[in-house]
Ligand binder design. Structure first.
Ligand SMILES: Cc1ncc(COP(=O)(O)O)c(C=O)c1O
Ligand SMILES: NCC(=O)CCC(=O)O
Length: 426
């Protein structure tokens, strides 16, 4: 047995499924996960010394690549000043000012410890602020494992066939209205039926947890308009897209001002960080100023703030986003050519450094169309890529991430592996 197999055998005995988050499991591709020994730049090294080009990037945070020097240095310096205080510290102010500067709609922000906490708190705040109960959520969007949002959810919930989780009583989700993404009529109907009781519409502005797809024909502007019309809040979950597709996320790209924004992943520099923010008038409803309670022993942790700040500062220097776009465009061109040579017309989506290959030739714009992609083709493709030293997520519903540590050579090697993997599919 190799090291990974031994570790997995020990892990399975004491950790459910051997993993601390379901998306790490390989059950969906009929295998066992490997274990990582270390990670640097674009590469991970597994417990058996195998080096892989990584396109998971810690599921989003590793936008500079793994273990970047500026982040490591900031963390070392912060650790020497203590691991946490539970008392306000300067880095929390620096982080809040940085987020307010970078994200156009955010006037005030609260730090939390994960994306899940961010969406959970944003929903509570929206309900507290509006005095309403219902929320609209889109089918296939994933907002973390919040009870009321584990309805028609994406990510691991979708991969492992539990989009409505067991353990969430119906009463907890009966205030969640689900509609297909990009479906204006369904949204209109929901507002016509429940409008005056809808506290908020929450969405991934670029859905990236059921594959990656995009808003069509001004869908985001439509949502902004209809939420204003009914005095409901618009919540952008930019946990994945924030600081990734642009410094200010999708809202900057599309010129939309949501009322609240959920953040995570990149702002933590690899440490456990989330945040939610928005209009000051709404944010001031939070305790201790207002009556909506929200708290956290570790929130704003100084080591995590130092890591996140160092990463954001690095992103703002030079031409980080142009460079990510260049690398993304190179990968896209290469993969499209590989698909063409293979005699197919598979759908490939990309937004800057995020990408997704669907094994379907049809247009993908919501969960139903994403599910037309062939799982039977994805599986051997995944294993072929891994065999050639390239690690894509072990699910057709996850998005790939390029980092600033990837080089043209890494991209070209990846494209060659895609050529070989597609031709082996026959
Ligand atoms: C869009 C989106 N929202 C929320 C979350 C939840 O974040 P976390 O896993 O940090 O709780 C994720 C990913 O996990 C996500 O992709
Ligand atoms: N795109 C899905 C995730 O980022 C989820 C990560 C996790 O649940 O571990």
């Amino acid at each position: 047995m190799n090291q990974s197999a031994q570790l997995f055998s020990r892990a399975r005995a004491v950790i459910p499924g051997g993993v601390n988050s379901p998306v790490r499991a390989f059950r969906n591709v009929d295998g066992d996960p490997f274990f990582v020994q270390s990670a640097k730049g674009a590469y991970i090294t597994d417990a058996d010394g195998r080096q892989l080009i990584d396109y998971i990037g810690t599921w989003g945070p590793a936008i500079l690549g793994h273990a970047p020097e500026p982040v490591l240095n900031a963390v070392h310096a912060a650790v020497n000043r203590g691991l946490g205080y539970g008392i306000p510290a300067p880095s929390e102010v620096d982080m809040a000012e940085m987020i307010v500067r970078m994200v156009p709609s955010v006037e005030k922000v609260r730090m939390v410890n994960s994306g899940t906490e961010a969406t959970m708190s944003a929903i509570r705040l929206a309900r507290g602020y509006t005095g309403r109960r219902k929320i609209i959520k889109f089918i296939g969007c994933y907002h973390g494992h919040v009870d009321s949002l584990l309805v028609a959810a994406g990510s691991g919930a979708l991969t492992f066939g539990e989009p409505d989780s067991a353990g969430v009583p119906r009463e907890m989700t009966q205030l969640t209205i689900t509609v297909p993404y990009n479906d204006r009529e369904a949204v209109k109907k929901a507002f016509e039926l429940h409008g005056r009781d809808i506290a908020a519409v929450i969405l991934e502005p670029f859905p990236a947890n059921a594959g990656l797809y995009f808003p069509q024909n001004g869908f985001l502007h439509f949502l902004r308009k209809i939420t204003r019309q009914y005095d409901s809040l618009l919540i952008f979950d930019e946990v994945m897209t924030g600081f990734r597709v642009a410094p200010g996320g999708v809202q900057q790209l599309h010129g939309i001002t949501p009322d609240l924004t959920c953040m995570g992943k990149v702002i933590g520099g690899g440490l456990p960080v989330g945040a939610f923010g928005g209009r000051a008038e709404i944010m001031d409803c939070l305790s201790p100023l207002g009556s909506v309670y929200q708290a956290g022993t570790l929130s704003g942790n100084p080591v995590a703030m130092a890591a996140g700040l160092a990463q954001l500062r690095e992103l703002l220097e030079g031409n980080a986003y142009d460079r990510l776009e260049q690398l993304g465009a190179r990968l896209e061109a290469g993969i499209r050519e590989a698909i063409r040579k293979h005699g197919r017309n598979y759908t490939f989506h990309r937004a800057g450094s995020m990408f997704c290959l669907f094994f379907t030739e049809e247009e993908v714009y919501d969960l139903d169309t994403a599910q037309k992609a062939s799982k039977a083709l994805f599986k051997p493709f995944f294993w072929n890529m891994l065999e050639q030293g390239v690690y894509f997520a072990p699910s057709p519903y996850e998005t790939g991430f390029i980092s600033l540590a990837h080089t043209e050579e890494d991209i070209d090697r990846t494209v060659e592996a895609v050529h070989a993997s597609l031709s082996r599919l026959g």
